[in-house]
Design a protein around this ligand. Sequence first.
Ligand SMILES: *Cc1c(COP(=O)(O)O)cnc(C)c1O
Length: 433
Amino acid sequence: MTATESKWLDTETRYDSGVYNKHQVVMVRAEGATVWDESGRSYIDCVAGYGVANIGHSHPDVVRAIQEQAGKLMVMPQSIPNDKRAEFLQELVSVLPKGLDRIFLCNSGTEAVEAAKKFAITATGRTRFVSMKRGFAGRTLGALAFTWEPKYREPFGAAVDNEHVSFVTYGNIDELRAAITEDVAAVIMEPVQGEGGVRPSNIEFLRAARELTREKGALLILDEIQTGFCRTGKMFAVEHFCAQECQNADGIRCGCKVDSQCQVVPDGMTLAKAMAGGVPIGAFAMTGAVADKMPSGGHGTTFGGNPLAMAAGVAAIRAMKNEGMVEQAREKGEYFMDKLRAIDSSKIREVRGMGLMIGMELKEKSGPYIAALEHDEGVLTLAATPLVIRFLPPVTISKEQIDQVVAAVEKVLKNVNPREVSKAEVKETKQSE
Ligand SMILES: *Cc1c(COP(=O)(O)O)cnc(C)c1O
């Protein structure tokens, strides 16, 4: 069966809102790092639901936890305590940097950013924010104001409040210092920019952000929605930036487990994507000082902290711990990046990343190569800016699968003529309209 004969594809395309540029394939099943389409063809998945399936698709412990919880209790609002929620909060706080032990639960990344924004305002009494050029924070109007990409913001004009947001160059300490004025509530940044092209922050910049916000009475909020939960080879990416020598009198430390004056631990962290092994979830983790300033009833959400997501979250975080997934991501990430760097192609500008969050920047548009990887090689990857091929595989991906992905990348870089592929793509897009 060819993809265009699929009734599912026709039906979905017919009724969809139209905001997505749909792939011409219908996926029906996944396990670990493998996805199958309706014709039974398998793909190696380096998309993982945009960095959600970190512990592998349909991890058996998560499946079991959902099945059990579904028969017991699925819905209970956060105003009414629940055993699974308590268990999840304890599990989550056990892996977070010390000091971030107050949690607002929601259902997605963008909601976590919305929560961070409101908590930062009530914690400081200020309404200005500093975000990063090339930064991504989500698509709802509040989070969109922190998202750099103009094409995401411009269609909505003045409804996106950019008057209260300054964008600084990621890595430029002077710009950052100038932007953190007395009316700034928070600086929000990703420790590794994802959508913006897979760009790890440098240590000096993150430390400067911590120091300058402390000095000016603003909060530092790290967006770990994509980088969190083993993705970068640490439980959270912030741990890469915590120097072993960091000393701290008040007991706050980052995840490196050194009790010290931590130079990077933030006042708040936004979390989502991989936190519940594939079930929708989001959270804003913060210090008590931040949480205590929000008036009772100042924020809320119906589905946040629902027992079904909580059960999945408990199982997911335990699987990360029990199966050494931090180690796996670190080791496989190094292996993967070394192999990608060894590819001899004049089309490659740079391979960069952290753990299993990897970007290959080309000297030309990555789209045709991403399409060829999917169609011709059965490898799913995604773009990050027009030039970068992004790899976010499940941590459970095998070395053999990584070898296959690298061979496929090598092959498409050699064989694909971008002009021909872009014509084919244009045709396909037309057909779907
Ligand atoms: C994905 C992502 C978001 C938005 O999360 P959604 O669940 O898609 O709303 C925000 N920030 C970062 C860094 C992300 O990668």
